[in-house]
Design a binder for this molecule. Sequence first.
Ligand SMILES: OC[C@H]1O[C@H](O[C@H]2[C@H](O)[C@@H](O)[C@H](O)O[C@@H]2CO)[C@H](O)[C@@H](O)[C@@H]1O
Length: 343
Amino acid sequence: MDIQTSHFDTYQHQPIDQITLTNDHGISAAFLTLGATWQQFLVPTPTGSKNLLLSFPHSTDYLNNPFYVCMAIGRIGGRLKNGQFPLAGQSITVPQNEGHNTLHGGPHGFHQFIWDYTTETKQDSVSICFKRLIKSSEDGFPGDLTMNICYTLDNDNQVTLTFTGDSSQTTVFNPTSHAYFNLSDTNHILNHSLALNSPQYLAVDAEKIPTGQLIDVQNTPFDFNNGQLLQPAIDALQSTTEKGLDDIFNVQPDRSDRIAVLKDQDSQRQITIKSKRNGLVVYTANSFTPDLPFENGVGHPYQGIALEPQTLPDTPNHPDFGDVTLPANQSKTYQIQYCYQQL
Ligand SMILES: OC[C@H]1O[C@H](O[C@H]2[C@H](O)[C@@H](O)[C@H](O)O[C@@H]2CO)[C@H](O)[C@@H](O)[C@@H]1O
């Protein structure tokens, strides 16, 4: 097990570090202090290594576009209608960043911060824990939030994300990761298959806000229960505005908390995703554009797929979706696991 720290670059006169964790099988995962970003998931190939994540070469590239590439998302993933919600008998309004709605924690979400960190080496795992006090005056949500985002790489080739929040006042908390995967040796994900434990997806309005209605996936392009190739699923959506997947699935974790399996048919690389929460947003990068300077070539639609486990979005406005309340001075932890296998 190994941990290496290096200087990545400088952003707004502040140094950005890159921290690389390596396990005993030669698999490594790299992270940036900017946005607590998961920058690389490097697996061995016959000729070297392959990054399973989309990545940029500079800090500014991460913040110069609206795609949150592999960054940490919080306090709340997804959209909050009108940036408003009821909480502890009050109507709360938070800063908006997509018209009058709030997306991915608003204009000052987790992705905007430069995080402090500590590292830890154990016999079978290596970890980096990003830490920051996010003041209510910084992101506009109730309560000062003491936030820890830990990434652990173990010898089962699994990366575990652990989000722990503790707030000075009752607040809302539904963090996730915006990691975009491309498991293939090509620059698109069309020959990946996706399997989801998901009987329903959420209806959304024209602004992609959940209406509250859950729709059965049977006989729709959204039925991934038996696994489905992404190319035909995306083809079936070409007549829609999005021309691809940007959808919220109501998932049912199995006994091992598995909710999804992504597999590249050509290379036989596979990622299994585990989460205890009831939502998964699937976004196939439908509006990526050539001005995105990715390390594996300029941006284009379907270059990667973001799989974002969370409690169903806009939950504070839909109590039947769950409860993302974080009571004052009580710590809450969510975990997401991404497990790599070469079949
Ligand atoms: O404006 C850029 C894109 O923003 C949205 O895409 C987000 C998507 O809706 C979310 O479900 C996902 O979690 O994050 C995406 C990146 O922010 C728009 O929906 C998309 O059309 C825009 O191109």
